[in-house]
Design a binder for this molecule. Structure first.
Ligand code: MLT
Length: 325
């Protein structure tokens, strides 16, 4: 009998401890893994949102950059992290949707190994060339690529990154051959574009904007379905070169599977409060970032969206013949 009482007391103690843990969560710093080098759009977006969500949580959120292999190295690290609410992954369309179709031996399953916490706003991309480039329009670049197959190189953030996928889709639909040059993130790729080491790249609007304003790079076309006041005079790729060409990077926060639902709710509620702050959201829209609806940000919707995107990109990659290089 005594053993039963001791066992019940132990379970009750654990439950109470668990409850007090949940009530005190978060009681120390949280890590968000960004699987690209610092300075790229994913890193910039993550830092911006983490800073504001941390204010709501009254707890610090530390960004840990774990770069390599188009974001799949950091994602594998996050999938194996303890599901205790103190490690999350900043995921996106590349390694959480296209990854399974590009990497034969992915060390994680984007749907089975993670729990979606909330979706970030979307970021369209912009086709960029260096300030000294001879190309003034998307058509100039396409014409030269047709005349010199493979001669034009495009920087990207690694196989399966958005910059890689969008450039491959662009080449496939424009009927041209380009040479992809992989970096550990769009930040280093953009540096080499400005330095003249690469001829072109697709970058997200939030990090491309300051460089276009500074005259270091020239924007030839947007991958959004409409033009943007932030990029005056820049047409869409769809309007000027490839009808219907439209891609945005979607991002979001994921927890390792097994993370308690109470943790997901705490993090999501903090994010929803942050999104009520007009100064916060207008700072993002000012960078060409596109806000979504409340329904789209929610955990369950984001979980279902991720699964749909894995299926969708399998078809896109097959149809476009996109491969690892
Ligand atoms: C991408 O191309 O997927 C991202 O721009 C990579 C990054 O944010 O560095």
């Amino acid at each position: 009998m005594k053993h039963w009482i001791a066992a019940l007391a132990a379970v009750a103690g654990l439950a109470l401890h668990g409850t007090s843990q949940a009530q005190n969560y978060p009681d120390h710093a949280i890590t968000w893994i960004v699987p690209f080098a610092p300075g790229g759009p994913t890193d910039a977006m993550a830092r911006n949102i983490a800073l504001r969500v941390a204010q709501e949580l009254k707890q610090s959120i530390v960004i840990e950059n774990v770069a390599g292999a188009g974001g799949t190295i950091g994602s594998g690290r996050a999938a194996r992290a303890a599901p205790d609410g103190y490690t999350f992954l900043v995921g996106h369309i590349g390694y959480m949707a296209a990854g399974p179709s590009l990497y034969k031996h992915l060390s994680y399953d984007p749907v089975k190994d993670f729990k979606a916490v909330f979706r970030f706003p979307d970021t369209p991309l912009v086709l960029l060339v260096g300030e000294k480039s001879p190309y003034k329009t998307v058509s100039d670049l396409i014409a030269d690529a047709k005349a010199r197959p493979g001669a034009i190189n495009f920087g990207n953030a690694g196989v399966g990154s958005t910059s890689h996928l969008v450039a491959a889709l662009f080449a496939s639909q424009a009927g041209i051959q380009i040479t992809p040059i992989a970096y550990k993130g769009a930040g280093p790729a953009l540096n080499d574009l400005m330095g003249g080491q690469v001829n072109a790249m697709f970058d997200q609007t939030n990090t491309a904007l300051p460089q276009t304003r500074g005259g270091k790079v020239r924007a030839l076309g947007l991958t959004s379905n409409t033009t943007m006041a932030q990029f005056p005079g820049v047409p869409t790729v769809a309007e000027k070169a490839i009808p219907g060409f439209q891609v945005s990077t979607w991002y979001g926060l994921y927890a390792p599977k097994g993370t308690p639902d109470a943790v997901v709710s705490t993090m999501y509620d903090a994010y929803r409060r942050a999104l009520q702050d007009q100064a916060f959201t207008s700072q993002m829209t000012g960078q060409g970032i596109q806000l979504l609806t409340d329904a789209e940000y929610a955990p369950a919707a984001f979980q279902a969206f991720t699964a749909q995107e894995v299926q969708r990109w399998a078809g896109v990659i097959k149809q476009a013949g996109i491969t690892l290089e």
